[in-house]
Write a protein that binds this ligand. Structure first.
Ligand code: ADP
Ligand code: ZN
Length: 518
């Protein structure tokens, strides 16, 4: 381990390894297969770069992101490490030069695109047999699996790697693999008794905020004024949305640009480069922007429109703070966006797909609307436990006050009782608020509880229902259409004068305050 720490300090200028980096490095140096699941910004590169320098021979790094290869190789060379890459963008002359260096054992790292391995029936692999290979690193390893979200046929060729190089350790790295994908990667790559290293996906340096989607432009301009040195990304749903917002920001004196799949690739490369080099401060973009962009000092990621699901939200917000410094994720949320995305989800693909998309959208909506620690929700969504009280999300940073909710709880519970525990929350809320909608029958209108809840709006009652469920005063049945049911505790409230004490957010912490602008 001492040797690798020395290399870490000497070549990369860092004092110490992060937790799973140390294990990965140690493991690969011991020539054992390794699987690394680490969030974006977690530090996957060092897991193979350091062993590449410790071990004899050349490390072969398989990476699908051609655009990034050059940057990575340049960065290594700046640190005094002999590295090169091979991909389809190079002419034969340039390739020959690299082959020459390879043959003479001059390279510590060689980055190759996966299609290089499959080309000419694997002639490149045969060539590799003639040189001394220290390790294979398979980056973005989820691309080898049909279960992942980004399967690439060229990756399939990698399953022959182990057979042809049984003595050479393989390290597979990814930032996105659920359990099935993980198992599949291990199987597809033929990893032998791999050490599996899974890092927490918690990004402790990112603060999460959700704000109502109102006067968004004002909010953003204000935020930028309050954070004059910060650069970041603002995601919009549509191409036109990015153009409009970027132009509006420019009119407000902000150095902004837009990015989407509709602009030429030359132009895209240009703005991306300008952004990375801090020549553009704010990138207003569709989801087309970001995959593999290594800008470490992105201080904020905003969502001017609602993302389709938590995976996208987390991946996009994860582009903030890769350098580990405090950063912020701000989501502007509106119900109108939910409606819009619902429509998209319903027309897209087949029924099964649509219902999956709707379910994921619902989880995104829950995240935006809930009253609990946002980080806890995110971590639990990804299968990690988190105690809450993170102290760095808007909910945990908010002021709370005790709230005697007995009267409102009585109203709500008696509505559930009067309607014989047969309806879901939307109908109960409509009923309480005296809706004239068709779903409220004449019979319901004549019940004594009809219309007694006009003191609160829809959101108020939704929140109360959520809190009552959390505190066991109410439960939701697990039927196809979930129905509100009473509990023992609710009966005590209804018939035994039990009081209900809840907490209510006095003022939700905000990333930007613009009261004075409104
Ligand atoms: P990933 O590939 O997992 O997204 P990178 O390998 O690009 O992450 O690393 C993300 C950032 O963290 C980089 O800026 C890198 O220099 C930094 N980093 C990685 N490991 C360490 C470490 N042990 N100490 C300090 N910074 C580190
Ligand atoms: Zn929190």
């Amino acid at each position: 381990m001492e040797k690798s720490t020395e290399i870490l300090q000497q070549y990369f200028g860092y004092d110490s390894f992060r937790l799973n980096q140390a294990s990965a490095v140690e493991n690969v140096i011991a020539k054992k297969d390794t699987f690394v699941l680490m969030p974006t910004g977690g530090g996957k590169s060092l897991c193979y770069q350091v062993p590449a320098l410790v071990l004899e021979g050349t490390a072969i790094v398989i990476s699908p992101l051609i655009a990034l290869m050059k940057d990575q190789v340049d960065a290594l060379r700046v640190n005094g490490i002999s590295a090169a890459f091979l991909n389809s963008s190079m002419n034969p002359l340039e390739q020959n030069d690299t082959f020459h260096q390879l043959k003479n054992g001059k390279l510590k790292l060689l980055y190759v695109a996966p299609e290089k391995l499959s080309a000419d029936n694997g002639s490149f692999l045969n060539f590799l047999k003639e040189i001394n290979i220290s390790l294979f690193a398979v980056d973005e390893a989820h691309c080898v699996s049909h279960w992942g979200h980004d399967f690439r046929p060229d990756y399939l060729f990698l399953n022959g790697l182990k057979k042809q190089f049984p003595q050479t350790p393989i390290i597979a790295l990814t930032a996105s693999a659920d359990e099935i994908t993980k198992q599949d990667i291990i199987k597809q790559l033929n990893l032998q008794k791999p050490t599996v290293l899974i890092s927490s996906f918690d990004r402790a340096n990112i603060k999460y905020f959700v704000q109502p989607k109102q006067s968004v432009l004002n909010h953003i301009v204000q935020y930028l004024n309050e954070h004059p040195n910060d650069s970041g990304i603002i995601y919009c749903l549509s191409r036109k949305g990015t153009e409009d917002l970027a132009n509006n920001l420019k009119e407000n004196g902000v150095n902004a640009a837009f990015y989407h799949a509709g602009i030429s690739s030359a132009e895209r490369a240009q703005v991306q480069d300008d952004f990375i080099k801090d020549k553009i401060r704010v990138m207003v973009a569709t989801i087309a922007f970001g995959m593999g962009i290594d800008k470490s000092n992105v201080r904020f990621v905003m969502h001017a429109d609602l993302p389709k699901n938590i995976e996208s939200y987390y991946q996009e917000t994860g582009r903030a703070g890769r350098d580990g410094l405090p950063s912020e994720a701000i989501l502007f949320y509106s119900n109108a966006d939910v409606m819009k995305l619902k429509k998209f989800a319903m027309v897209e693909g087949n029924e099964e797909q649509s219902s999956l998309m709707l379910r994921k959208l619902q989880q995104m909506t829950d995240f935006a609307e809930m009253q609990k620690c946002r980080r806890q929700y995110l971590m639990e969504y990804f299968g990690e436990s988190h105690p809450g009280n993170c102290n760095s999300c808007d909910y945990c940073l908010s002021d709370f006050e005790n709230w005697d909710a007995t009267i409102d709880a009585q109203k709500l519970l008696s509505a559930v009782y009067r309607l014989k525990e047969r309806y879901g929350k939307n109908l109960i809320i409509d009923f309480l608020r005296g809706s004239k909608g068709v779903k409220i029958t004449d019979y319901m209108r004549n019940l004594p509880t009809y219309g007694i809840g006009t003191n609160g709006d829809k959101t108020f009652w939704q929140n109360l229902i959520k809190q009552l469920i959390i505190n066991d005063f109410l439960r939701e049945s697990n039927e196809e259409f979930s129905v509100l049911k009473l509990t023992e505790a609710s009966n005590e409230v209804l018939f035994n004068k039990r009081t209900v004490h809840l907490q209510k957010v006095k003022e939700l912490a905000k990333a930007v305050t613009v009261e004075e602008l409104e």
